[in-house]
Design a protein around this ligand. Structure first.
Ligand SMILES: Nc1ncnc2c1ncn2[C@@H]1O[C@H](COP(=O)(O)OP(=O)(O)OP(=O)(O)O)[C@@H](O)[C@H]1O
Ligand SMILES: [Mg+2]
Length: 255
């Protein structure tokens, strides 16, 4: 089981939507396979909500108050399970995360982190083999390039010892600076080639609690055809890039 935490110190960058959709796409759609899995075998995904806000659990309609289950529960999709989160996470004495006991049951574990470096996030990062770090391009645009370096340093510090598998630009849109900023970022960080456009379908997906692959896109003739939205295809491309990177690491004798 490959364990990946979706992490950023910044709020609202798309951590939850990224963890949710990379996981749901792998479990339900055709993507490149992860290393170590056989052709034709099941694609079993465990999502872990480590944010007391419980947004990931809400997205899959698996949120509830009160004591948390300590075993994964099913979602609306076979082979996609979730360990839900809620406020009681914040009160847990022991913030260490141990998902290795599920290693035989899943191929991929995606952990959604909270936007701070508290105990829960530290526990999640320690548990993960890799990190995916979403960043919002518009944050750089509004602040200009001046604090770009500071933000890069923060990213590097925060990476601790988990490997950064990739940095994902979200809320991408064409501005006078966007290409220059992406170029600068690409020189310093393992940016995914694919970026996620700013799209109303992403907010709609959040509001409707429907993964991007399942919401109807702008295709008027086939309003219910899945995978018609641009961000759904972009997330699938990101997944494939991620699988390629993992396969290359695997070949290079991972850890
Ligand atoms: N590419 C995008 N285009 C438009 N809206 C987006 C995009 N990505 C994320 N959003 C919206 O931004 C908001 C924040 O996204 P999300 O909850 O995934 O971020 P987060 O990093 O998990 O936030 P938090 O730090 O609060 O956990 C949501 O309303 C989501 O719909
Ligand atoms: Mg979130």
């Amino acid at each position: 089981m490959i364990k990946i935490a979706v992490y950023s110190l910044k709020g609202g960058v798309g951590k939850t939507i990224t963890a949710a959709n990379l996981g749901q796409l792998y479990a339900t759609h055709r993507t490149k396979r992860l290393p170590g899995t056989k052709r034709g075998s099941l694609r079993r995904v465990l999502l872990v909500d480590r944010d007391p806000q419980g947004n990931l659990s809400q997205y899959f309609n698996r949120y509830s108050d009160g004591p948390l289950e300590d075993h994964p529960i099913g979602t609306d999709w076979a082979w996609l399970d979730i360990l839900p989160g809620n406020l009681s996470l914040a009160a847990q004495e022991d913030a260490a995360l141990d998902v290795d006991r599920y290693a035989d049951q899943y191929d991929l574990c995606l952990i959604d982190c909270q936007a701070d470096l508290g105990k829960l996030t530290a526990g999640a990062i320690r548990c993960a083999d890799y990190l995916i770090i979403p960043i919002r391009l518009d944050a750089f645009s509004t602040n200009g390039l001046s604090n770009l370096m500071q933000q890069l340093e923060n990213l590097q510090e925060a990476a601790i010892d988990a490997r950064v598998l990739g940095v994902l630009v979200t809320h991408d849109e064409k501005t006078p600076y966007s290409d220059a900023i992406k170029k600068l970022l690409r020189e310093r960080l393992p940016l995914f080639d694919t970026t996620i456009s700013r799209s109303k379908w992403v907010s709609e997906s959040t509001i409707e609690h429907k993964p991007l692959a399942e919401i109807a896109g702008p295709d008027k003739k086939h309003p219910l055809r899945p995978m018609t939205t641009r961000p759904a295809w972009q997330y699938r491309k990101v997944f494939n890039e991620m699988a390629d990177r993992l396969s290359n690491l695997d070949k290079g004798g991972k850890q």
